[in-house]
Design a protein around this ligand. Structure first.
Ligand code: GLN
Length: 480
């Protein structure tokens, strides 16, 4: 499909109808999705109604919005009024929220057409989408391999050309890692830049919504469309949205880029050599375009993974307590006491990874261990934030691989720790609350795409997009 912005220009000018664009998108979904399984739900009827509304706005000379007629896919943890929102969990199977998330509301106002809801690791816990209760999503570039996760369905939907734009959530890398593995752009904004109202919570202090796109410009436009203060989210930032669109054409002249040495295979093992080589090539490309590029050490990044796997499960164990068969979702009953009903409901409703996280988090928060585990992890979090802030006194953006490896075969990371290690590059910016983007840059093993990551300070989105646009232009041919 055309890029999102190209579609919006055509629809706004009346050159193309939103209904026609939607038909093109749905035709690809029909031919591809049996094989890929990017979608949990396709909302054909509602999508055609929304497209008709956009087309009539155009016909009547009303502004149809900056994403007019752009088909979008939403991760299945973003609440959509009257449309199933399951988190790919049996416990929410069939649940239809009575309201839209703020991001969804803003997408509708911008004229985007919601095609459907995408598959994910259950409650966003995972890095391969194999943890979905409804079956895995396949990587469109090699269907024997995972698309990454947890927003694997959203990444695959864009990579397969079903939609030009999709949205996911990123708690520890769940937008950037699948974007890297599927060869798309994936962006996690500053914590608080996009409202979390109506995003089903995994770890509330880390969760952020963001876009997947085929171009850096589309990702920037998608960010602008849904970012901005929302009084319904107490952690939403009451500040102006960074002007990322203006940053796109600035080039790299004078930009100060730091390459994170710990994430270049120097302190942490397990990086594929091709991934490191492409990241070095990306650093060279920025230097060639006029940036100053230096290595920088962020010593505490090596503790990010350990801190995350205490903080995120701790928050999840609290957030997921609401699924008790009483207030939300599905219930197992038949002659049970209330306590037995809750146990039976949660036993049947949650998959093994979700149960593992709940147990881990409950343990980390328990009276005798709270300070040794959760408290210590919080102190490490502060250390990481301080290390990053020190680096941003000298650099505008930092660079690293997005994922240590390219897309891997199904079942290859059955050991939970092996799976967790996928997020070693992405987790630190979630802990710091900082923005980061993954941009496709060449290929690695098996000719599969490599993603490189650009990181910035709080509301440092403009420099990130400035550098991302340069890398997009400089990327070796064959980059997805
Ligand atoms: N893969 C990480 C996890 O399993 C991150 C998930 C996410 O960002 N939602 O927790």
């Amino acid at each position: 499909m055309d890029s999102a912005l190209k579609i919006a220009v055509a629809v706004r000018s009346g050159a193309r109808s939103a209904a026609d664009v939607l038909a093109e998108s749905l035709a690809v979904v029909t031919t591809e999705d049996d094989r890929i399984h990017a979608f949990n739900t396709v909302a054909t009827e509602q999508a055609y109604e929304a497209a008709a509304a956009v087309d009539s706005a155009v016909a009547q000379g009303r502004d149809p919005g900056i994403l007019a007629g752009v088909p979008v896919a939403l991760k299945d943890n973003m609440c959509t009024n009257g449309l199933e929102t399951t988190c790919s969990s049996r416990i929410l199977d069939g649940w239809k929220p009575p309201y839209d998330a703020t991001s969804v509301e803003r997408l509708r106002e911008a004229g985007a057409i919601i095609v459907g809801k995408t598959n994910m690791d259950e409650f966003a816990m995972g890095s391969s989408t194999e943890n979905s209760a409804f079956g895995a999503t396949r990587n469109p570039l090699d269907t024997e391999r995972v698309p990454g996760g947890s927003s694997g369905g959203s990444a695959a939907a864009v990579a397969a050309g079903m939609v030009p734009l999709s949205f996911g959530s990123d708690t520890g890398g769940s937008i950037r890692q699948p974007a890297a593995l599927c060869g798309t752009v994936g962006f996690k904004p500053t914590y608080g830049a996009i409202s979390r109202y109506g995003l089903i919570a995994f770890a509330s202090s880390l969760d952020q919504i963001g876009p997947f796109a085929t171009t850096v410009e589309d990702a920037a436009a998608a960010f602008v469309a849904i970012a901005g203060h929302d009084p319904r989210d107490s952690t939403s930032i009451p500040a102006a949205v960074p002007d990322v669109m203006a940053a796109l054409g600035r080039g790299a002249q004078g930009l100060r880029v730091g390459v994170i040495s710990e994430l270049m295979g120097q302190a942490i093992e397990g990086f594929e050599p091709e991934v490191l080589a492409q990241t070095r090539a990306a650093a060279d490309a920025l230097a060639d375009a006029g940036a100053t590029v230096e290595e920088v050490s962020i010593p505490s990044t090596i503790y990010g993974l350990s801190a995350y796997y205490l903080i995120a499960p701790a928050e999840a164990s609290s957030n997921l307590a609401r699924y008790d068969g009483v207030r939300y979702g599905n219930r197992v009953t038949e002659g049970l006491t209330t306590a037995d009903m809750m146990i039976a409901t949660r036993t049947a409703g949650f998959g093994p990874e979700v149960k593992r996280r709940i147990m881990l988090g409950t343990y980390a928060l328990s009276a005798g261990y709270y300070d040794a585990f959760y408290g210590k992890a919080q102190r490490v979090r502060t250390l990481i934030l301080n290390d990053f802030n020190a680096a941003y006194e000298r650099f505008d953006v930092l660079l690293s691989p997005t994922s240590p490896c390219v897309a891997f075969p199904f079942g290859a990371k059955a050991d939970p720790l092996a799976m967790y290690l996928n997020d070693v590059c992405t987790i630190p910016s979630n802990l710091a609350g900082h923005p980061a983007i993954s941009v496709p840059f060449g290929t690695g093993a098996h000719d599969l795409p490599v993603g490189v990551q650009l990181l910035g300070p709080i509301l440092g989105e403009a420099a990130i997009f400035q550098a991302a646009a340069v890398l997009e232009t400089a990327a070796p041919k064959g980059s997805a």
